[in-house]
Ligand binder design. Structure first.
Ligand code: M6R
Length: 369
């Protein structure tokens, strides 16, 4: 039921604080993470893991890309992200020290299901991150960590995405505790940061009007680029995917560092470019590199829309628009920065008179290979 909202998507975007909070519920205790669903899996098995391969498609794969930064940092295990359909058909190297984590909102995506079956048949252990109780992928896995985003009806994934990142972060902290790579004090700091996310997403949602207005002004746009670095890179990819699928606009996301390796040639006067700006408090070096990128594209006439934390004044001289997100530690910024991009795509599609819940040619769950 839409419950008075104009679309399921708008309702689901607004439910993101709850989606994160409910996914955390019962898994954080006194500053430490315990995922009861992993008990059956066993700490010894988690201590023996040498490598994690994430298999997923679309937005779920971008959630995996965000989490790679956190899991590698916290648990010191290499993490690779594979699109399920690419993984399955290239004879990947697998053994019992490889943990395969599948991510799927529906739990029915055929490509991901086949990747999980393949991984297990070839000796790997499989954990799934899933939003749908009783669906097929969890049944085919050794363990499941459910996201508690509630039913997601709109074809474009929004609240499931933030819940997937949350579940993966909880997993990363659980793994770091079991492997002893983070101290109790460090775990408590991360737990506190994660628990602060729902209120911060709510703050971003309160500023929706500015993004909506921008989307309406840009309703005739034919191409939009998205740049990000570090955890902002997968958010750039996600922003582009949302715009493609909802508004049928050509959109591409790039790692900001790639700009001079090719994509900068695309910049011509008037080209809109969203830039996800990392916090200067998190890394002054990354921040200044992204600000330089903004200067480079601005000098070539790009119309820059920066997503930057509150108080970051360095972007002001070069950005045409600045969308603000609350202060957060760098690893938690993606959960905030994605929200204006979701709203932008949704509102631009609405301004074009399109059906945001059911975009053309797409299905909510892709049950064929
Ligand atoms: O149900 P799943 O999470 O396995 O679906 C994966 C993708 O098909 C899905 O995220 C798709 O990319 C969305 N339409 C993106 O908004």
């Amino acid at each position: 039921e839409k419950g008075g909202w104009p679309s399921f998507m708008k309702k689901e975007v607004s439910e993101q604080p709850e989606a994160v909070a409910k996914t955390i519920l019962g898994r954080l205790h006194d500053g430490s993470v315990v995922i009861p669903e992993l008990e059956a899996f066993g700490d010894t098995a988690l201590q023996g893991i040498r490598r994690i391969t994430v298999v997923a498609c679309g937005t779920a794969a971008y959630a995996g890309l965000v989490a790679k930064y956190a899991i590698e940092k916290w648990a010191r295990v290499p993490v690779e992200i594979e699109l399920s359909h690419e993984f399955r058909y290239r004879e990947p190297v697998l053994d019992d020290t490889t943990l395969v984590i599948s991510i799927s909102q529906s739990g029915e995506t055929m490509d991901t299901l086949m990747a999980v079956k393949y991984a297990r048949a070839n000796g790997a252990k499989a954990i799934s991150i899933c939003n749908t109780q009783g669906s097929t992928i969890p049944r085919e896995s050794d363990a499941v960590i459910y996201t508690h985003a509630g039913p997601e009806v709109a074809v474009a994934s929004t609240k499931a995405f933030v819940a997937q990142i949350t579940a993966l972060y909880l997993f990363g902290l659980h793994l770091a505790r079991v492997r002893g790579t983070l101290s109790a004090a460090e775990l408590a700091v991360e737990a506190e940061q994660l628990q602060a996310v729902p209120d911060k997403i709510a703050e971003v949602l309160e500023q929706a009007e500015k993004v909506e207005q921008l989307a309406r002004w840009m309703a005739d746009t034919r191409s939009v680029l998205f740049l990000g670095r570090h955890v902002g890179f997968p958010i750039a990819l996600e922003g582009a995917l949302k715009l493609k699928e909802l508004a049928y606009i050509h959109a591409e996301g790039f790692a900001a560092g790639e700009l001079k390796h090719g994509p900068i040639a695309l910049i011509e006067p008037g080209q809109p470019v969203f830039v996800v700006v990392p916090s200067p408090r998190g890394s002054a070096e990354l921040h200044s590199k992204v600000v330089s990128n903004i200067q480079e594209i601005r000098a070539r006439g790009a119309r820059v829309i920066a997503i930057a934390e509150v108080g970051d004044a360095a972007v002001l001289p070069f950005a045409d628009e600045v969308l603000r997100i609350p202060l957060a530690a760098p690893l938690y910024e993606p959960l905030l920065a994605v929200v204006p991009l979701q709203i932008f795509a949704m509102e631009l599609a609405t301004a074009k008179g399109l059906d945001v819940d059911q975009p053309r040619n797409l299905a909510k769950s892709v049950t064929v290979e």
